[in-house]
Structure formats: C-alpha cells, structure tokens
Design a protein around this ligand. Structure first.
Ligand SMILES: Cc1cc2nc3c(=O)[nH]c(=O)nc-3n(C[C@H](O)[C@H](O)[C@H](O)COP(=O)(O)O)c2cc1C
Length: 505
C-alpha cells in the first residue's frame, strides 16, 4: 500500500520537476557513457562538434552492442556456474555418505559449542529447520533396497537392523529427519507425564579421548501432552501430503493403516518407538502413582507409536532403577500393557522395557525376565548408560577428562560395547528358556508364547560391533553416542560396514 501511494505521488510530479530533480539513481552527467547522444542545446560550443559526436556514436554502437552481449553471456555463465555449485553442494551436503559430516561438521560443532548440550540443541534445531525446506541430510540411493540387511521385528519386515536410541530426540521434534538418516527404528523420548526441567546445567559432558559421554539430563521433558500434539500434527501433515486431505477423521484413517504404512513411523519398513517415564516428583515408594505416570503417557501417546518403551533404567532419576525389581516392574509393565491394548487403533503398539546395564547379577536379570513374562511385554532393550566408569584407568586420560569422569551421570560410548553385548547374550539365553515355573505365563503352551524381542543399546559405533551385538541375540542394534562423534552419516556407514563384513563370509 505504501509503495502504491508513493508511485501515485511520483507520477503526479510535473515533468519539469523530474528534469530538475537530482536523482541518486542516475549517474552525474559528467559520468554518463561517452557515446550517449546529446542534444545540441545541451552544450555545443561549435556546430561541427555534435555532428562529429553523432558520427562517433554511430561508429561505436555495434561495439557497444557486442560488449553488452559479452557482458550478458558472462553473467549467464556466472549464474549457471553458481547454480551448478549450489546444486552440487546441495546434493553432496545432503548426502549422509559425504565425509564432510564426519570430518568437518563434527569438529566444527564441537569447537563452536564447547557445551555438549548446546551442541545437542543445535543439532536438533538445524535438522528440524532443514527438514522443513527439504534441505536435510538423507540417505540417497536406498542402499537397503535389495533386502540384504532386512530383519523381522514384531511381524514387520524392517529395512535394516539399526536404530537410533532414546534421548537424541527427547521431545519428538525430528523423527522424520532421523528416519531419513537410514535407521529402521527411531526411539523418541523419554517423555514424562508432566513437563519437568531435569537437572541444572551443565549436565552433559564429552570424553573425547574415548568418544564417550557422561550425561545427567534427568529426563528433561516437555511432557506427554506436548509430544502427543506434535505427533498428532505429524499424522495430519502426512495425511495431507499423501492425498488423504484435511478432514476430521483423517487421523484415524492413517492410524488404522489405510495408507499402508506403520501408524507410528509412517514409513514402510520402519518403526517409531516412543519412550515413557515417570516424573521425578512422583514418590519412589508409591507403585500405584508410578504406574499411573506411565499409563498417563501411554494413554496420550500409544496411538502414535509402533513400539512403547518403558524406561526404568535412566540413572539420573532417583529411585528409577529400583523399579527393576520383579514386583514393581511387573506391576508397572502390566499396567502399561493393559493400557496399550486399549488404544483406539486397529493394530496395537508393542511394549518393550529398557533395562540398565548395571543391574546385571543373575538374580537381577532373572527377576527382570520374570516380570517380562508375567506382564506380557513383548521385548527388552538392553541397556542404557552406566553408572560405572570404564577402564582404561583414568590416569591415562587427559587431565580435563579425568575431572569429567568424576561428574555424576550415566556414561555412554564404545567402552560400553563389550558389556552390553555380553548382557544381550545373557538375556537372550534366559528369555529363550521360557517363563520359569513361578511365572504366571508358565501355564501357556510354548506356541502361545512368542519369542521375546531384544534390542541392544550401548557402545555401538561400527558395522562389526553391530553384527556382533545382533549375533549375540538382538534384533536391532541402537546407537546414540556413536552418532554424536561420527556425525549424521554414521547409520549409513555402519550399515555399509555390515554389508562389507557379511560379504567377507
Ligand atoms: C545425552 C544423552 C541423553 C540420553 N537420554 C536418554 C533418555 O532420555 N532415555 C533413555 O532411555 N536413554 C537415554 N540415553 C541413553 C541412550 O539412549 C543409550 O541407551 C546409551 O547412551 C547407550 O548407547 P550409546 O553408547 O550408543 O550411546 C541418553 C544418552 C545420552 C548420551
């Protein structure tokens, strides 16, 4: 409107005033092109000069035309080159195979954000932002297409056996960009019923010499309702983008499988896991209240999940790990399984429990397995961060890292690998023996007891390790810390290394 009025006013100015008006846009007369034809009245000290100038201008005209053409074609070449550079940059920069992600972006982000939590927020925000404009990194060429890594989980054929562990996308803001990095499973959360801040900062620390981390986030969460709203909108966006429109019942149609994609991931061959936890302030000794916390989350989120994960293993919520004792665990898991069965959706989400690597005595493991059988959960994620500090002994670490090692919190990274793999093997063997005689499930015939599914999480950073963890009895190998050190191409690389390893055999 303002521009429109200004235009009117400009047009109404008398022509003479335009002529007098010194314009910043016009070059000064003395600067005008030498071959510009001038009117006689403008200057002309003598009569022959204009004629000579006109002749000169006529002579120069073809040259000027040629010059303009050259300039135009040069501009065209620049524009084409720029477009090409941008295109190549786009294709390269958005390809998870590009080594820039590992060797340039990771060190750069670490230098720019000395605080690991700031780096985490940056990573989430930038992925979210880039995804909106289709500029996010993605796995190109569908390397999983020939099915060489495919695996069966809960009756779904997954495109590969790699997952991204909980905690990377705490609030469910970036499941889609994470799926595009190549994993078949993305676990979002952990979320708590009510929003909570978690522990005071700083609360995430790097241990670079070990590619490790220590965190005591303390399950910072925006709450289950917030996550449900995000996931609901995601389903509606998916429906709109796939031609289902924007009608009132569209969400239910997608959740009931009309789009032929799993209702959680919304991507064929992939599954979305949603992790739930209790609020810190819910009393540790009130199992009913704790069960209600988990059920609250399940009631809000189950419809958007392919898998629900019950977190009883984060080391940074006081009392949480005590819930792995058989009786409380059975109570909580039974409540969750019951609630998950009530979800208004054709297919119900499967339920898994994520256990700690530190509760690893025979008694503790068999107690957990008993709770698994008694409650009817479908599987176990082994394990989480550890309260123990790894060898090599701290004296070999740089001074700063020796201090970091003393921080309270859960340790993660490659040093966890041996322990988590050994633990998977123990869970596999125990669960495959079926329910103990003491278990409520013991009465069922073996045919009624589907094999419990195991995922492994702890220290996986390369293809060989992923294969070893899978061979120990897991169906999916999940990663977190490996991605923070290896960059967004890590999943693609690990899968490629798995293929190479398999071809050797
Ligand atoms: C910064 C950070 C935050 C995490 N947050 C969660 C979480 O919210 N819930 C959870 O179950 N595990 C959480 N974890 C644990 C990871 O999901 C994973 O189980 C653990 O780090 C071991 O795997 P890794 O060695 O591949 O990282 C977190 C880990 C890190 C490093």
């Amino acid at each position: 409107m303002i521009a429109f009025r200004a235009g009117l006013r400009a047009r109404s100015l008398p022509a003479s005033r335009w002529a007098q008006r010194p314009s910043a846009l016009l070059p000064k007369r003395s600067e005008r092109l030498p071959n510009t034809v001038r009117f006689v009245s403008e200057s002309a000290p003598n009569a022959s000069a204009p004629a000579a100038a006109a002749a000169e201008a006529v002579k120069e005209a073809p040259k000027e035309v040629a010059k303009r053409a050259t300039r135009k074609s040069r501009k065209g070449r620049y524009a084409t080159s720029l477009a090409l550079v941008l295109l190549v940059g786009y294709v390269y920069g958005t390809d998870t195979r590009a080594s820039i992600h590992r060797y340039a972006m990771v060190p750069l982000i670490r230098a720019v954000y000395p605080d690991a939590e700031d780096a985490h927020h940056f990573g989430v925000d930038i992925l979210k932002e880039l995804y909106q404009y289709g500029l996010h990194p993605r796995e190109r060429g569908n390397p999983d297409r020939n099915g060489d890594l495919s695996t069966e989980v809960f009756g779904h054929t997954l495109s590969n056996p790699i997952g991204i562990s909980a905690g990377l996308d705490k609030h469910g803001e970036i499941p889609d960009p994470l799926f595009d990095l190549g994993p078949a499973i993305v676990e979002i959360g952990g979320t708590t019923p009510l929003p909570q801040d978690g522990n005071p900062r700083p609360r995430v620390f790097r241990v670079p010499s070990q590619n490790g981390m220590i965190n005591r986030y303390g399950l910072n969460s925006k709450g289950a309702d917030n996550m449900a709203a995000i996931l609901k909108q995601r389903v509606r966006d998916f429906a709109y983008a796939t031609g289902f429109g924007d009608y009132e019942n569209v969400e239910q149609r997608i959740l009931n499988g009309e789009a032929n994609v799993p209702p959680g991931s919304l991507v064929p061959g992939k599954l979305l896991a949603v992790q739930v936890a209790k609020n810190k302030l819910t009393p540790d000794n009130d199992i009913d209240a704790i069960s209600r916390d988990y059920v609250y989350c399940v009631d809000r989120l189950a419809q958007y999940a392919d898998i629900l994960v019950v977190n009883v293993s984060s080391p940074n919520t006081p009392g949480l790990r005590d819930l792995q004792a058989t009786a409380p665990l059975t109570a909580i898991l039974t409540a969750v399984v019951g609630s998950a069965k009530n979800v208004e959706r054709k297919t119900k989400p499967h339920v898994m429990v994520k256990v700690s690597p530190d509760e690893d005595s025979d008694e503790q493991i068999s107690g957990i397995c008993e709770a698994v059988w008694n409650s009817g959960v479908d599987g176990v994620i082994v394990g989480n961060t550890t309260n123990r500090r790894p060898d090599p002994s701290q004296s070999t670490l740089p001074e700063k890292e020796q201090q970091t090692m003393k921080e309270t919190g859960g340790y993660s990274g490659p040093e966890l690998f041996d322990r988590s793999t050994a633990l998977v093997a123990r869970y596999r063997s125990l669960l495959d023996q079926g329910p103990s005689q003491a278990s409520d499930a013991a009465e069922q015939s073996p045919a009624e007891q589907p094999r419990k599914v195991l995922f492994v999480s702890g220290g996986i950073t390369n293809g060989q390790q992923a294969l070893a963890a899978l061979n120990a009895g897991a169906s999916v190998a999940m990663m977190y810390t490996g991605i923070t050190y290896g960059g967004i191409g890590t999943v693609t690389r690990v899968k490629q290394e798995m293929r190479e390893e398999l071809q050797k055999k």
